[in-house]
Design a protein around this ligand. Structure first.
Ligand code: GTP
Length: 604
């Protein structure tokens, strides 16, 4: 189709504001799916996503629409992931579009992720169409939220579209707004192919499937293509579009959105943000903005049963075919045996990987507490990347440790300013600035945007839960990496019965080390069952012991209480004990239960 009649757009929204429901409604209105076929939330294709109610992978659908001007249009809707862990994918999806629907829930107003998404859309020069959704709700305040949106982003009254994705109100108006306000794609039809990969998936028969937006030129089925960052070449097995089922077509032309089945052997060979060109003629320059994905959060994953080690490796390799952001390498822990040190984009990504390994590959896993990646400057000038406390060199050889910091923004009603600032302060955060989203007096409690800098390590564990708790659920947050800074960090080792347990070591700020060490040994004292002998549990920085608890020796025999009792009771007790044993790890002479390895998650 003539690029003048193509419109590429995405939907940006805070979580739960109705992005998927609106996408379904647009598909239904344009006849891409009929009522019967319509599986709720068609765009979220993985089961896990549906259960969690979030979108992990961006996808794209082509919609055919006849405008009020009688012309036929091709609308390409690109779905974007809804979580900060996947913000690079969001940015590439936005780069593939000319317009964005900005969905704001009429009962909630602007949230932190709304702002972050608008900034990304503006950076990509997108035409933004503000949509106030859920106007059918009793508690909706469309006028107030419209005012907030106007004030925050400078929209005029007549730009705002009021919608209920649930009952369909306002949907025709959205479609017209897309055609009239979103500019058609530009790009040269005669230049060599340049296609932006905004997502990729792995298919066992067709290899890496790159979801692309054609920026210049065209890609006919059967052509030989080249991935510009790594130079790998392949013959295209198929090009097509999602309508919404994958439909093979002859070619994708400038301005269009669709997929290229590359036959390459993993999504890592056709990574998000990369440029696809033809082997001949090849484009001279790739598109701007490609960055290899970098894991930010690391944890050890160990099979609970050592015999599953090889199965686990195979499972991780399979997951990696479809997940270029997942990294792993073998790791040995004295306490936990053989496992893998895995790298993730964030905690949600870690959770998803862990759950898939357990669910799809039937593995029983033990995860150590997550850590960030530190940069360690050594006294001899060497710089080390450390992603596990166990790998930190001896402190006498360390000149400086640097840790990743975030730009953090939080939106909350003004009466929670105090608790929010206090929470961030206890996490070593620095206050930057504050801004009211509405003029005071226009609403009973105006909402405030607060900006901070905070170390990633402090946000990793339970920060969001604490934020929600201290604002009665009203706050929302968003963050992005701002860079590395040096910090007074120390490694705290845990010794059980005088033996260091590598999987329990943590890296923490010196100011918190005593408190965390104390809390950790207290927790372990509760979790480690009493043994026949006294067991000291200690926290140490280097050789210096900073906390100690003692697990008293067990005096009574387990079976003592069965003395003279009936046999079945005795057998049951023994059986129970045996089952308990399976989930224990023996460290030296002491058995430590699985929960102990996660106890650090509960200490802050
Ligand atoms: P994520 O994928 O998690 O980012 O969420 P989302 O933004 O895609 O939101 P989703 O479409 O899943 O909607 C969240 C909830 O709001 C669901 O329970 C929807 O049924 C509901 N919802 C969406 N649109 C409307 C609406 O117009 N009116 C009402 N009453 N509920 C709506």
């Amino acid at each position: 189709m003539n690029a003048q009649h193509v419109r590429n757009f995405c939907i940006i929204a805070h979580i739960d504001h109705g992005k998927s429901t609106l996408a379904d409604r647009l598909m239904q209105q344009t006849g891409a799916v009929d009522e019967r076929e319509m599986v709720e939330q068609l765009l979220d294709s993985m089961d896990l996503e549906r259960e969690r109610g979030i979108t992990i992978k961006a996808q794209a659908v082509r919609l055919a629409y006849k405008g009020a001007d009688g012309q036929d249009y091709q609308l390409n809707l690109i779905d974007t992931p809804g979580h900060v862990d996947f913000s690079y994918e969001v940015s590439r999806s936005l780069a593939a579009c000319e317009g964005a629907l900005l969905v704001v829930d009429a009962s909630q107003g602007i949230q932190a992720q709304t702002l972050a998404n608008v900034y990304l859309a503006l950076e990509n020069d997108l035409e933004i169409i503000p949509v106030i959704n859920k106007i059918d709700l009793d508690v909706a305040e469309p006028e107030r939220v419209a005012q907030e949106v106007q004030q925050a982003f400078g929209f005029t009254d007549d730009e705002i579209v009021f919608v209920s994705a649930k009952d369909g109100t306002g949907i025709p108006e959205i479609l017209e707004a897309i055609v009239q306000r979103v500019p058609p794609p530009t790009g040269s039809p005669d230049s060599p192919l340049r296609a932006l990969i905004f997502d990729s998936k792995y298919d066992p028969y067709k290899g890496a499937i790159a979801y692309v937006r054609i920026m210049d030129g065209q890609v006919p089925s059967g052509s030989r293509v080249k991935i510009m960052s790594n130079g790998s070449e392949s013959d295209v097995l198929e090009v097509g579009v999602f309508a919404p089922a994958p439909t093979s077509i002859e070619r994708l032309s400038v301005g269009e959105v669709g997929y290229i089945a590359t036959g390459l052997k993993s999504v890592g060979d056709a990574p998000v943000g990369d440029t696809v060109t033809l082997a001949n003629p090849a484009a001279a320059e790739p598109l701007k903005g490609y960055q290899p994905l970098k894991p930010m959060v690391f944890a050890g994953l160990y099979p609970a049963d050592g015999e599953d080690y090889l199965d686990m490796r195979v499972a991780l390799e399979k997951l990696q075919l479809n997940d270029a952001a997942l990294s792993f390498e073998p790791e040995n822990s004295v306490a936990l045996g053989s496992g893998f040190r895995c790298g993730f984009l964030g905690l949600l990504h870690m959770d998803i990987v862990q759950e898939r390994l357990e669910r799809e590959y039937d593995l029983n896993l033990l995860a150590t507490s997550p850590s960030v990646a530190y940069e360690v400057l050594m006294t001899d000038g060497e710089i080390l990347q450390i992603d596990s406390p166990a790998h930190l060199p001896d402190s006498s050889r360390i000149d400086e440790i640097q840790e990743p910091w975030l730009d953090l923004s939080i939106i909350a009603p003004a009466n929670y300013i105090g608790p929010v600032i206090e929470l961030v302060r206890t996490r070593r955060g620095e206050y930057k600035r504050m801004e009211y989203l509405q003029q005071e007096g226009t609403h009973s409690t105006p909402r405030v945007l607060m900006e901070f800098n905070v170390p990633l390590a402090e946000v990793l564990i339970d920060f969001y839960d604490n934020l929600k708790a201290s604002t009665q659920g009203y706050a929302s947050m968003d963050y992005s990496l701002s860079g590395y800074r040096s910090g007074r960090l120390a490694k705290v080792d845990i010794l059980v019965n005088n033996e260091p347990v590598d999987a329990l070591s943590i890296i923490t700020h010196r100011d918190n080390a005593y408190y965390q060490g104390r809390e950790l040994v207290k927790k372990l004292r509760e979790l480690i069952p009493r043994q026949l002998f006294e067991v000291p549990v200690q926290a140490a920085i280097g050789r210096k012991i900073i906390a100690r608890e003692t697990i008293r020796a067990l005096r009574k025999d387990v079976l003592a209480k069965c003395y003279g009792g009936d046999v079945t009771r005795k057998r049951k007790l023994l059986q129970k004990q045996a089952e308990g044993k399976k989930r224990m790890k023996r460290v030296g002479s002491v058995e430590i239960p699985q929960e102990a390895f996660l106890s650090i998650l509960k200490v802050s």
